[in-house]
Design a protein. Structure first.
Length: 287
């Protein structure tokens, strides 16, 4: 009992400590974390593979995938709380917690989904212009207004991500509804924005590294399968579809665990947060 409390206590952690603890929690509860991620991510990945073009479909898919990813994020936040309070994780219990505040989670997910859709819609004409320039053999300068809009969206995504690190956890752990959670999350993050941003950059780099490592075997398999074919690429690639599904299921929990630990660290530093406090907020008794 004393050993488990020593392992699961909340304490101040630096970046390296948070990453180490992230993979410790991920490894210990790997099967259940993968299940809770797959429950939301598998249907969304199938939707992304639907061959429908148009800006409206991009917006629709962004909204659905954004909400689904937020539900996975909320479930993983709950899983981290259960890990510390109980020493075990229940997939059903995590999603019960998410369902309890599903509307609030959806409310805060939609702005990020809108920003993501805007990013895709802005990048598409830039890519088309670059392709046209390459075909014509003459470089074409992108519209300054388009570049300015793209920069504004990127800045908004970064700013939104910084505060969502604490806001979403406030919804799941503390049980606040969306507007109160925004107020509490912003208060907790205030003064630590640069530290949160630095941590998020590292988490995203780790996620990108995992993405490359996981997708590479599927990309190689796709190359071997497509090599005999001539006259253009196939419209649908089974290996890449499977690779996308694998990445979509395995990678998000890593970032979610790390950001949850960062949220706990901020509360430890500012409020003296501990496992007993976390247990009371989540309505579970420490084991």
């Amino acid at each position: 009992m004393e050993q488990r409390e020593q392992e699961n206590r909340l304490e101040e952690r630096g970046l390296g400590d948070i990453l180490s603890e992230t993979f410790l929690i991920y490894g210990r509860h790997f099967r259940k974390l993968v299940i809770m991620s797959a429950l939301a991510q598998a249907p969304v990945t199938a939707l992304i593979l639907v061959p429908i073009a148009g800006w409206w479909f991009t917006v629709l898919v962004s909204a659905i995938s954004g909400v689904a990813l937020m539900m996975v994020h909320g479930a993983v936040i709950s899983a981290v709380g259960q890990h510390y309070a109980l020493g075990r994780v229940s997939v059903g219990g995590c999603y019960e917690r998410v369902a309890w505040r599903a509307v609030s989670l959806a409310v805060v997910a939609l702005p990020m989904a809108a920003l993501t859709a805007a990013l895709f819609l802005l990048v598409e004409p830039l890519a088309q212009a670059a392709q046209t320039s390459e075909t014509a053999g003459a470089p074409e300068s992108p519209s300054p207004l388009l570049l300015l809009a793209l920069l504004a969206v990127l800045v908004a995504i970064v700013a939104f991500s910084i505060y969502m690190t604490t806001v979403v956890a406030a919804i799941v752990v503390q049980g606040y509804r969306s507007m109160r959670a925004v107020a509490m999350g912003v208060r907790l993050a205030r003064g630590s924005e640069l530290r949160i941003f630095g941590h998020l950059m590292v988490y995203w780099l780790v996620a990108f590294g995992l993405y490359v490592a996981l997708i590479l075997p599927f990309a190689l398999a796709d190359g071997f399968i497509a090599a005999p074919a001539e006259g253009g690429a196939a419209a649908f690639s089974v290996p890449l579809a499977l690779g996308g599904l694998t990445v979509g299921i395995l990678v998000p929990p890593v970032v979610s665990i790390a950001t949850t630990l960062l949220y706990c660290d901020l509360r430890v530093r500012k409020e003296g947060y501990d496992v007993s406090w976390l247990s009371r907020e989540m309505g579970v008794a420490p084991a």
